[in-house]
Design a protein around this ligand. Structure first.
Ligand code: A5P
Length: 235
């Protein structure tokens, strides 16, 4: 698939998500190249008079939404949201997700958990039978990186996930720092047969702030392919 074709599919998924937005809604605004299409479409509708307010899931989305005139709020002022629309790195048939490829998983999860519903938008390359081919991002505190990394690998192996975890670096070779001032491990696990049990083990590691497994958070996925857009609902 060319980049232009992929962009068309991302746009198609975002355009379908617009149909779920009602006037007056409080929206979680996702991060990444697919969510960017949704933000742009909301901006267009706001210019046409739609009354919505958004909570961005990253500084990048905040800047993007602000620049386009989407009204924004915070979870302090608006602790309960109606709907979050976000992308994903992988989507399983039961709507368990891997997120955090863009480094925003902590805010994305907080915003999704504060929302009545989470809607995931993606091109069909993200829809997989089993999670794990995409390296699982794990946000960690900068203190004690090596013991945390080892504990993450031990948790993964205990859940029958092969592979290891490595610190994410920028192109210049510096450690990647998240919006929250933390670091990221990317765990190339090949397969995650039981995401819920890996999620529990990762959450119990002291140095782990949050991990990119979203289990039981997404309600609907909008998947765009060359033959059209389909909707998958959580069982
Ligand atoms: C950001 O941290 C991620 O969770 C993104 O939602 C995810 O990486 C999907 O991004 P794209 O839409 O750019 O593939």
């Amino acid at each position: 698939m060319t980049v232009a074709d992929a962009e068309k599919l991302k746009h198609a998924a975002a355009a379908r998500a617009v149909e779920f937005v009602r006037p007056g809604m409080r929206l979680g605004l996702g991060t990444g190249s697919t969510a960017k299409h949704f933000v742009a479409l909301q901006a267009e509708r706001v210019r046409g008079g739609l009354d919505i307010v958004g909570v961005p899931t990253s500084e990048a989305t905040r800047q993007d939404a602000e620049r386009q005139g989407v009204p924004l709020t915070t979870l302090e002022d608006t602790p309960e949201l109606d709907l979050t629309v976000d992308g994903a790195d992988e989507i399983a048939p039961d709507l368990a997700l891997i997120k955090g490829g863009g480094g925003a998983l902590l805010r994305e999860k907080i915003v999704a958990a504060a929302s009545g519903r989470m809607l995931v938008i993606a091109d069909e390359s993200k829809f997989v039978p089993v999670l794990g081919r995409f390296p699982l991002p794990i946000e960690i505190v900068p203190f004690g990186v090596e013991p945390t990394r080892r504990a993450v690998e031990a948790a993964a192996h205990a859940c029958d996930c092969p592979g290891g975890a490595a610190l994410r670096r920028t192109r210049e070779g510096h450690a990647f720092v998240t919006d929250g001032g933390h670091l990221l491990l990317d765990a190339a696990l090949v397969r995650i047969p039981d995401p819920a049990s890996l999620a529990r083990r990762l959450a119990a590691i002291p140095g782990v702030m949050e991990h990119g497994l979203f289990v039981g958070l997404a309600h609907i996925a909008i998947i765009a392919g060359p033959d059209g857009v389909r909707i998958v609902e959580a069982a």
